[in-house]
Design a protein around this ligand. Structure first.
Ligand SMILES: NC(=O)c1ccc[n+]([C@@H]2O[C@H](COP(=O)([O-])OP(=O)(O)OC[C@H]3O[C@@H](n4cnc5c(N)ncnc54)[C@H](OP(=O)(O)O)[C@@H]3O)[C@@H](O)[C@H]2O)c1
Length: 282
């Protein structure tokens, strides 16, 4: 199988490209050499004649998306439409990486794959538009919604907390948003498994369990041997970020388990692995 991974240099892409080697040949595409908003980008993708495209490239700065919604739409919606158009022309399957932010987070119980999405932020709306293009255009498709991603590569919440804690900063973290932190390496493994089994449809894929950002921070500090660092819970209102975030965006991984797959491991265990990998790389 020939697999093309878009967003290959991103946090997920970094783990996904090597994980895909198990499937056969893999080609990674990303900025600056490959821009999915440009027609040449589509031509280059088509020329690779992929069997499957894993489309992980996206505008992921949620607050910038809120300030520049046209930018978010151009990349996450129209860009995805271009990728889906290539899949239609070439007959390739399309696995699109989506997000818990397609839900408004008001329900208070885990979201199922067939629950109606209703995004609150420009980022969530642009990713949801992307999902609709995938479903309406690609001949064979799967959508994997994940959440609260962190990995050993790139900027993410875990690394930011470690950096601030080591710098002696007093930490103030929101305690009124609940989700499932998900290790990029675990998600990459599950995505490869989806393709191996040629599974199609919508899948929620996150590590098991849930916590608030505050609880996540407390666990990062505990496992990082910095439990003594000053940490204060605050509300989203106090943080006052441009983009609204869902208050509760836990995703029930029901379709994955209905397909006979085991739940991804508990988030605290995955976090431990990530911290050990960071330490080993240092
Ligand atoms: N991060 C999360 O918490 C999270 C949660 C749920 C779902 N997701 C989804 O998971 C996927 C991977 O996320 P991630 O955390 O790995 O994001 P990431 O680190 O920001 O990676 C995305 C990659 O896409 C590239 N990209 C942006 N615009 C592009 C364009 N016009 N043409 C080609 N490439 C472009 C980025 O390049 P630059 O860095 O140069 O812009 C980056 O390398 C995304 O689809 C995201 O929506 C993320």
């Amino acid at each position: 199988m020939r697999v093309v991974v878009t967003g290959a240099k991103g946090q997920l892409g970094h783990d996904l490209v090597p994980a895909c080697r198990r499937l056969g040949e893999v080609v990674g595409l990303d900025l600056p050499e490959w821009d999915l908003t440009r027609p040449e980008g589509a031509d280059r993708l088509a020329a690779l004649r992929p069997d499957w495209v894993i489309h992980a490239a996206a505008a992921t700065d949620v607050d910038r998306c809120e300030r520049e919604p046209a930018w978010a739409m151009a990349i996450n919606a129209e860009g995805t439409s271009r990728v889906a158009g290539v899949c239609r022309r070439t007959g390739a399957g399309l696995l699109y990486i989506s997000t818990d932010y397609v839900f408004d987070g008001t329900r208070g119980t885990p979201y199922l794959e067939d629950d109606s999405p209703s995004a609150r932020s420009a980022y969530g709306r642009s990713k949801l538009e992307g999902e609709r293009f995938v479903q309406g255009t690609a001949p064979r498709w799967a959508i994997a919604r994940s959440a609260w991603l962190y990995g050993t590569h790139g900027k993410n919440f875990v690394k930011t907390i470690l950096h601030k804690a080591r710098g002696g900063e007093r930490l103030r973290v929101v305690d009124d948003q609940v989700g499932s932190p998900t290790y990029a390496a675990d998600l990459a493994g599950a995505l490869v498994r989806l393709l191996e089994r040629r599974l199609t449809g919508v899948f929620h894929l996150t590590n098991s369990g849930a916590c608030s950002w505050f609880e996540f921070t407390r666990e990062i500090l505990r496992q990082g041997g910095m439990a003594g660092v000053s940490l204060e819970p605050i509300t989203s209102g106090q943080l006052n970020r441009p983009a609204p975030r869902p208050a509760y965006s836990v995703l029930a991984n029901r379709a994955w388990q209905a397909a006979g797959e085991s739940p991804l491991r508990f988030w605290t265990e995955a976090l431990g692995d990530m911290l050990r990998s960071l330490e080993a790389a240092a």
